[in-house]
Design a binder for this molecule. Sequence first.
Ligand SMILES: CC(C)(COP(=O)(O)OP(=O)(O)OC[C@H]1O[C@@H](n2cnc3c(N)ncnc32)[C@H](O)[C@@H]1OP(=O)(O)O)[C@@H](O)C(=O)NCCC(=O)NCCS
Length: 187
Amino acid sequence: MSVIRKLLPAELALYRAHLLRLDKADRYARFTGTTSDTTIVRHCDGIDWSRTLLIGAFIGGELRGVVELCSDRMLWPADTELAISVEKPFQEMGLGSALVRRALTIARNRFAKRLHLYCLAENRRMRALARKFGGRAEQDGGDVTITLDLPPANQFSLALEALEESAGAVDSLLGRWRAGRPDLAAA
Ligand SMILES: CC(C)(COP(=O)(O)OP(=O)(O)OC[C@H]1O[C@@H](n2cnc3c(N)ncnc32)[C@H](O)[C@@H]1OP(=O)(O)O)[C@@H](O)C(=O)NCCC(=O)NCCS
């Protein structure tokens, strides 16, 4: 059972553990450079929750994919930055697309007009994923900046976020209940 929902600050340890599980190549792709365990721990400790939103994908109760959305309402009120990671055994299953789609709705509902993401030019999968959602790529040497334009929020986008968030909360509770009921695991 997969559940996509926002993470709470109290769940930071889950995010740290997820990033630490990324292999060398995925860490390189996620942070556009070599990234040690210490750097990951420092990155997580440095998260400013007043301008960061984490959206997590849980599979079987474990956090396997995360979108990190960062914004600065004072400096860049119309722009939001996205970074994403999905653990290797769970890639190519549509999780990255589901997370990006959810992030687009959430950023749009926070009045962002554009969403930016940075990746390596050789990151074909991320580039293909962004293209699916209408992303425009600008290459500068080995790096690419991808921009996605967001439509204004409306009652449907607000309702969609509320609905998906409550579905995520219910699924999460059901998942925990089922975990304590092995007789229901196969149901
Ligand atoms: C990039 C990443 C998030 C994609 O996650 P994912 O769960 O594998 O993504 P999806 O399964 O939704 O696939 C997304 C699209 O990638 C493309 N894709 C999949 N496999 C591919 C491959 N081997 N080569 C090229 N494109 C590929 C497809 O277009 C696919 O969409 P489609 O199946 O609808 O056609 C994941 O590979 C990852 O975490 N990589 C390491 C971190 C990273 O690169 N982050 C980006 C910079 S912040």
